[in-house]
Ligand binder design. Structure first.
Ligand SMILES: [Cu+2]
Length: 152
């Protein structure tokens, strides 16, 4: 009887080691990126749009459905990183494993960055600010009437 317990412990440890070696039970989370076929780009996790993430390693599964768009990931604040996870000409599915550090990240199509982009806050960074246009001051016209440059 005295040999049964150690054997069970060894079996349990081996089982845990095998589970984490397979990776699915580990720390890597899968994110799904989709670009195209229209002028749309998205990043989702479990079917929900990703807006915040914890720092860590993520598996990006990119579905690129258009030869007019690409999927580019860039860290805007908190560090520097930029990579085209798919190219513009590429269509199909591509898996890229990346480690995201704390900061502000952006995913976008490099051909249409103004209309196809999204922000993700990683770690303790503040949530993305609302996309309000910068306030434009229109009270500068008084300057035209001043001075005497026209007459002299
Ligand atoms: Cu595009």
């Amino acid at each position: 009887m005295r040999f049964w317990l150690p054997a069970t412990v060894v079996a349990l440890v081996a089982g845990f080691a095998a589970a984490s070696a397979l990776g699915r039970a580990g720390t890597t989370t899968t994110l799904k990126g989709t670009v195209g076929p229209g002028y749309s780009i998205s990043l989702t996790m479990g079917g929900k749009k990703v807006r915040t993430l914890k720092p860590g390693t993520y598996e990006f599964v990119i579905a690129d459905r258009s030869s007019y768009h690409d999927f580019t990931l860039e860290q805007e604040r908190g560090g520097r990183f930029e990579r085209h996870l798919t190219s513009i000409a590429f269509t199909g599915t591509k898996t890229v494993t990346l480690t995201l550090r704390a900061g502000q990240w952006k995913f976008y199509c490099s051909a249409h960055p103004a209309s196809m982009s999204g922000l993700v806050s990683v770690g303790t960074a503040a949530a993305p600010p609302p996309t309000t246009a910068a306030t434009t001051t229109t009270s500068g016209y008084g300057g035209y009437g001043k001075g005497s440059g026209y007459g002299s």
